[in-house]
Design a protein around this ligand. Sequence first.
Ligand code: FAD
Length: 289
Amino acid sequence: MRCPLEKRYDIAIIGTGPAGISAAINARIRNKSIIIFGSKSLTDKLTKAPRIDNYLGFYNVSGSKLKENFQKHIDSMGIQICEEKVKAVYALGDYFSILANDNMYEASTVILSTGIEFTKSLKGELEYLGRGVGYCATCDAPLYKGKKVIIVGYNEEAEEEANFVSEIAQQLYYLPMKGLRGKLRGNIEVIEDIPLEIMGGDKVKSLKLKNREVEADGIFILKDSMPPSQLVPGLEIVEGHILVSKAMATNIEGCFAAGDCTGRPYQYMKAAGEGQVAALSAVSYLDKK
Ligand code: FAD
């Protein structure tokens, strides 16, 4: 079931960490219509923190307690999370078209608060990006109709994508990087091994694992967040981070960014503060329009 469809939201926020939550709260206070995409459990980076000493007003708080407070805050303001993964954002001049799961949404502005992915890329991953390597299996699955595909999956959503691709591909191999969580279709071959290198010529030919090599036409690497440059075509990136102005504006008009995805320091309060600035900048952009 898709999330509520407004004709066009004022602001679409991508990510439910401190940056996204703060952006949502501030945009709502300014009476804008918002949609916030991400996980209903907010962010692993809160739940995994055993003790936090530097969040203003909450000395020695656990990450799960702080998460509980964030949840109460958004609940009190009637903010609901759209639990869908954004796969692509297209800047179409006057507005943005957002592909989340298999649904399309529209918004006049976008705030990217997708955090940062710490797992290192595989050898050959960037070299073969767009030449057999991809980050959105459901988007690109039709390219691999009747072909061999490998999915390197880091989360439960990757398993859902694997089930979908297995209906189209001739053969699907699935590498569970963090264990299997859901239920995979019977025609998927699960390989418990460690990926080392993507090999090929003009295009991808195989994935070298620690114990064997598997031939494939396409390889999808599915993590919690995809590189922002892949999410939003044309987005300017500097040393792996989204380039932003002091107003948290990116190089794309109407597109703002906040939190870890804009650079160091990777901290809750920096993320929340940037989320606020991004929301207020989006509001003033909308008001000027
Ligand atoms: P994140 O918290 O990473 O949130 C981003 C969210 O966006 C995630 O839920 C992700 O799944 C979601 N997302 C990404 N892409 C998409 C997409 N395409 N569609 C939908 N959703 C998407 N900082 C401190 O200041 N003090 C501490 O004590 C501290 N301790 C830490 C302990 C641990 C164990 C860890 C891992 C981090 C700690 N940090 C600490 C750092 C802090 O967690 C981060 O700086 C902060 O969470 C960044 O917030 P964010 O909103 O930018 O990104």
